[in-house]
Design a protein around this ligand. Structure first.
Ligand SMILES: Nc1nc2c(ncn2[C@@H]2O[C@H](COP(=O)(O)OP(=O)(O)OP(=O)(O)O)[C@@H](O)[C@H]2O)c(=O)[nH]1
Ligand SMILES: [Mg+2]
Length: 332
């Protein structure tokens, strides 16, 4: 499962976002460095399609797919040199697969901003400089270590390429697999979420973010906790989660038995054995074949046996690549 790391300056709203998405009780306060250790929590992602399927299956249980978020202590200017426990905080970020940067755009005199005023553009630049400096150091250290070793020639060439090309807002996701052991931040996929008032995001679009989202975390939390607000305003949380899972390259597939209806996430391009492993480790080992139907088709027919009789259920082997919206039954 991909771990999604929340990165940002202190008081940007990272822990508030974690609480909103995962309902985990986290420490949220108006002073910097409230969060001192990484905090992992699971966000359930309920899609419209899953709910449509559940209306037909009417099972006792409904279990949605989930995403794993990690709340990380705030970075500050100089984090890469160890200021504010910077190196330790950066190492938490390195262990994540995807980065969601949180930037503050809400005014509140009671919530201190380390730089004195609200300026998302400047804050993004501060974080970026820390990331670049921290990765530069790792690249240089490792380059010195491996340059002399013949067996690491290829890796040394890649590190040298990075050393020459590294600059703010440049990302190298194509090198992530080859250089995995170094846990570089600039080879990961980065996303940006602006917390607070909506702003024109044009000026952020040519940076390094695969997508930019906007949400007022505190307001969304208030909606979650108040039934009358819930009726008045559409919650952005579910819209964000469903969009974000697509953006990080997950597809959604479904399973159901007599007892339970479930949705699952799988990396796009995965085969059905990987889906089987998610459902149950035994299913992968004992896999014989699988029955598959697209959810839209199933929602029309509404019955597995009838879908079978109509010839709408495919029987597939272990090389089948799972598609968005597949309902899967594994035969073992
Ligand atoms: N007005 C307003 N306040 C917010 C919003 N989001 C967070 N806050 C407040 O800002 C303060 C800091 O929020 P946290 O979620 O603790 O921030 P953080 O990024 O986790 O901070 P550190 O753990 O110190 O790095 C809290 O007092 C929140 O209630 C928002 O959208 N609007
Ligand atoms: Mg926090």
């Amino acid at each position: 499962m991909k771990k999604i790391g929340l990165c940002g300056l202190p008081n940007a709203g990272k822990s508030t976002l974690l609480k909103l998405l995962t309902t985990k009780e986290v420490e949220i306060a108006n002073y910097p460095f409230t969060t001192k250790k990484p905090n992992i929590a699971i966000a359930l992602v309920i899609s419209e399609k899953l709910l449509d399927l559940y209306k037909i299956t009417c099972t006792k249980e409904l279990t949605p797919a989930f995403l794993e978020f990690v709340d990380i202590p705030g970075l500050i200017k100089g984090s890469h040199m160890g200021l504010g426990l910077g190196n330790e905080f950066l190492s938490y970020l390195r262990s994540c697969d995807v980065i969601l940067e949180v930037v503050r755009n809400f005014k509140n005199e009671e919530v201190l901003h380390m730089e004195g005023d609200i300026n998302p553009e400047r804050d993004i630049l501060i974080i970026e400089e820390e990331i670049i400096e921290a990765d530069k150091r790792i690249i240089e250290e490792n380059l010195q270590n491996i340059q002399k070793k013949a067996k690491d020639k290829e890796k040394a060439e890649l590190l040298l390429k990075l050393k020459n090309e590294i600059k703010p807002f440049q990302r190298f996701p194509e090198l992530n697999d080859a250089l995995k052991e170094y846990n570089l931040l600039i080879t990961k996929d980065w996303y940006l979420i602006i917390n607070g008032e909506e702003i024109d995001i044009k000026k952020f679009q040519n940076l390094c973010f695969k997508r930019i989202y906007q949400m007022d975390f505190k307001f969304e939390l208030e909606i979650e906790e108040d039934e009358s607000l819930k009726k008045e305003f559409k919650s952005q949380k579910s819209i964000f989660l469903n969009q974000f899972r697509k953006d990080i390259n997950f597809i959604e597939f479904y399973t159901f038995t007599k007892e339970i209806t479930q949705s699952w996430f799988l990396e796009n391009g995965s085969n059905i054995l990987e889906a089987a492993r998610k459902i149950h480790s035994d299913f992968e080992k004992k896999f014989k074949s699988a029955e598959v139907i697209n959810i839209d088709k199933f929602l029309q027919i509404k019955d597995w046996t009838e879908a079978k009789n109509k010839g709408e259920i495919m029987i597939v082997g272990k090389d089948y690549i799972v598609k968005e919206g597949d309902i899967i039954k594994i035969n073992i």
